[in-house]
Every structure is written in C-alpha cells, then in structure tokens.
Design a protein around this ligand. Structure first.
Ligand SMILES: C[S@@+](CC[C@H](N)C(=O)[O-])C[C@H]1O[C@@H](n2cnc3c(N)ncnc32)[C@H](O)[C@@H]1O
Length: 297
C-alpha cells in the first residue's frame, strides 16, 4: 500500500518542478552526479563497455552517436570519440551543466581511467582534453560534441541530422511519450544504424522504500500523472509494452533479461495492481532490467 505522506511529497515536488525558476534552480544543483569523480568514471566506463560489447570496436569507426538522457555530464562523448566515432550528440530533457567544475573533474578522471585505445584515439583528435566538452569551439549543429536540452519526444532530424548509433542507459522508463520517442529514433537512424538501450523497470525514488518493488504499479494513472508529469517521472511501461511500441515504430529487437523479481512479489501485489498492469502476465511483471538491441526492419 502506498503511504499517504509519500504521495503528498511526490505531488508537491511535481507541482514545484512545474514552476520555471524552481526547475532552473533544481537543474543547476545537479541530479545525476552523486559520487566522487573516480567512482563515477568507473560507472561510465562500465556503461560504455556494455554498449561496445553489443556493437564492437570496429563498427563504431566514423559513426555518429546519439546518447539519450546523459543527465548532468557527457563523458560518453569522450569515450565514443576516443573509440573512433566521428561525432557525439547528448540530448536530455533536463540536461545539467555539462561544463561545470564537477563535470570537468569527472572528464579528467575518465581520461586517465579509459582503455589505452580510447586514450590514444583522444590524443589523435588534436584537441585540448582539459577543455572538453569543447562547447562553443565550433558551436552549432555540426560540432564534434553537441549537448542538447531537448527530450527525445521533440528531437528531429532538422536538429542534428541522421545518426548511426542511439544509446541510452536508464532512460527509456522515463519517456513521457514512449511511442513518439521511438518513432523519432526511427526517423533519426541512418540505414544500417543500431540502438542499444539498458532499461530499468525497477522502482524509482521513494518507491524503493517499499518491500515490494512493484508497489508503484498500484497507483491509479491520474494520480501517477499528478505525482510526476513535470519531472520525467517513470512511465511504468513493462517490457511487453516497450517491445510493442518498438515494433510499431519499425524496429526489430533482441532482448537480454538481466534481472527478474522473485515470483512471490507478483503473487503478493497482484490483487492491488491497477489497469493495465493487472492484465499483464507474471513473466512480464517479473522482468526488472533488460538490454535491448534494435535495428530498423
Ligand atoms: C536515471 S537518469 C540516467 C542518467 C544517465 N544516463 C546515467 O546513467 O547516469 C535518466 C535521465 O533521463 C533524462 N530523461 C528523462 N526523460 C527524457 C526524455 N524524454 N528525453 C531525453 N532524456 C530524458 C533525465 O533528465 C535524466 O537525466
């Protein structure tokens, strides 16, 4: 059962994020960076490795990469460019200050911890690494690194041109309109292009306090909207629903399931589930974290 006090906290936070100055202050404060630069660098190296394991070092040569939802920092620009990509674009609905001191400390740590071939590739770019993210050097839509404060539901070819790889980590569950986001990805992807997404269907924020990780599926949709509409809140899509919209957008998909909830959680929560979750089967509800690799049909 969701606690009343928790609901009120979430509704208040959502209403506050609907006020322009509050939202700007919240974004300046940073949201996605919480640990030391070294710890974060390790995390981003793992994220990069997860992507490269699916696509391969050879494939990335000369490609244009779009990362969706990088958050407050764009370390993957360094990684992909160092690996041989031609261009990196990072688009986030609530992009933070990717040139802040904290962000620069992370980039510096990442450069020293990156694999030798990435470090070598970066040296080959002939840029001053301590100036990364090089925003403003050549500016504009054609720059080597392009951070954008724009949600995937609004991102079109006229903003960035075509891309070869679309990558995201922990973002798909936050799309406000998942169908539109995937249709836009399909329109952006060049022929032969690929997408790699790590999708976390687990509980978000305050919902981690409940013993049952599926408690967030007991909140009726209108109340859920009230709790998160201004915040890039979780869309609560389950895996079958994500696959359905991906297929409708014209993608062929391969899934690797990384984690499933134990069956006892489904049994315990089923009587309280709201629609459309109560109509889904147990296997679907159990899926908690997946990798999805997609190509256009
Ligand atoms: C859980 S954070 C993950 C950040 C980063 N990928 C990481 O692993 O540290 C989710 C990010 O997705 C962004 N986001 C949410 N909805 C989005 C959308 N519709 N389009 C692009 N980014 C979005 C959020 O602003 C947030 O920065």
């Amino acid at each position: 059962m969701v606690r009343f006090q928790h609901v009120m906290q979430e509704v208040t936070a959502n209403l506050a994020m609907g006020i322009g100055p509050v939202r700007n202050w919240r974004l300046r404060r940073g949201r996605t960076i919480r640990y030391s630069p070294t710890q974060h660098a390790e995390e981003f190296l793992k994220q990069f490795q997860f992507c490269i394991d699916y696509i391969g070092w050879d494939w990335i040569q000369g490609k244009t990469v779009l990362e969706i939802g990088p958050g407050d920092v764009i370390p993957h620009g360094l990684m992909f460019l160092g690996a041989g990509a031609q261009r990196y674009i990072g688009a986030d609905r609530f992009l933070g200050d990717v040139s802040s001191d904290t962000a620069r400390q992370l980039y510096a740590a990442l450069v020293t911890q990156a694999p030798q071939r990435v470090q070598q590739g970066l040296r080959g770019l002939g840029r001053n690494l301590s100036d990364y993210p090089w925003v403003g050097e050549d500016g504009g839509a054609d720059s080597l690194v392009l951070p954008l404060r724009l949600g995937m539901e609004a991102l079109k070819r006229e903003h960035i041109g075509g891309v070869d790889l679309i990558f995201s980590y922990g973002v798909v569950a936050n799309f406000s309109d998942t169908g539109q986001a995937f249709r836009n990805m399909a329109a952006l992807l060049n022929p032969g292009g690929k997408m790699v997404h790590r999708v976390d269907y687990g509980p978000i924020g305050g919902f981690r306090q409940y013993k049952n990780p599926l408690t967030m599926l007991t909140v009726p949709q209108p109340l859920w909207q009230l709790m998160g509409s201004n915040r890039g809140y979780n869309n609560r899509y389950r895996h079958s629903q994500t696959l359905q919209v991906l297929e409708q957008a014209g993608f062929q998909n391969e899934t690797k399931v990384l984690y499933r909830h134990p069956p006892e959680f489904i049994e315990a929560i089923r009587p309280q589930l709201v629609s459309p979750f109560r109509e889904l089967d147990d296997d679907d509800l159990r899926i908690s974290m997946v990798d999805i690799v997609s190509q256009k049909v």
